[in-house]
Design a protein around this ligand. Sequence first.
Ligand code: AMP
Ligand code: MG
Length: 339
Amino acid sequence: MKKQIYLRVIIGLLLIAGLVFAYASVFSEPEEPVITSTQKTRFMMDTAVEIRAIGIDSAEAVDQAFAEIGRIEQLFSRHLSDSEISSINNQAGNWVTVSPEVIQLIETSLEYCKLSDGAFDITLGNLIELWDFGANENYIPNATEIEAVLIGVDYNKVSIDKERNAIKIPSGSMIDLGGIAKGYAVDRSRNVLRDAGIEHAMIFGGGDIATIGTKGDGSPWRVGIQDPRESTQLLGIIPLINNTIVTSGDYERFFIKDGVRFHHILDPHTGYPARDVISVTIVADFAADGDALSTAVFVLGRKAGLELVESLAGFEAVIVDDEGEIWVSSGLKNIIVLL
Ligand code: AMP
Ligand code: MG
């Protein structure tokens, strides 16, 4: 008799516990999404790319952002034989159909070619190849070689058929988007982070940096400008919130022969490295624009370069001239912290 009562009590208790558990699982609040901070570095686009992001599922978002950079590199690298840029270059003289995205970035590039009156010129691929900074070190081409490749350098001769997404460059020409593609990649990876709901991030791709929001504690991201002649020293610090900063410097890829520095930013009018300045930093909303402009201003030199930046809305610059003097555009003077 007693046993039966015990059994009923136990069954009753179990039933009550089951009901309480079922109620709790149906009506309890869903788990709070966890905000995490992720920082990862990968070697891409010939440089170390670092992404820091704070948000929900930040690790997955950062992986997707890296994948986007990989996708862009595959489209735009002149060094990958199966990229769309290589396909245009391999068929110079003929119309080539490419992705709308490729047409769009080339059109943006051509705007900067025009704006800088050819100081920025994406058709200088053969000139870059001739100098071959990095691979064929210390090679200084002679005047005849330079003249021969300069014949193919003229952005005005790039034809685009938007209806067909087709492009044609003259035979003897080669396009090189090295002056803008890294900035574009950084912009696109920022879009991926934003789409994933990330509200605080910094993407650091060598000299091209893009930010989302603040650092997370409400304070701006703070980006240092490297001293062009002292790699461990900073010249100044610029606060960034949602904008980008891009630097072109003669210290990135260069060699020194008989005391003269030869570097990878070439003046399309002379065929030789641009000499008037040693570093140009541009602050802009988009890194693709800042990237093209930093290369253009580097070639234009301090005076014409600063004039161009002052004439454009939404762009600021810090230029270090060949004597080490620092020039800051008017909108940045009260923002930059010079060290
Ligand atoms: P950046 O480091 O952004 O100034 O870009 C330098 C890269 O842009 C070089 O490695 C070349 O691939 C390319 N480049 C060099 N000189 C020019 C120029 N005058 N116009 C356009 N692209 C250039
Ligand atoms: Mg550039």
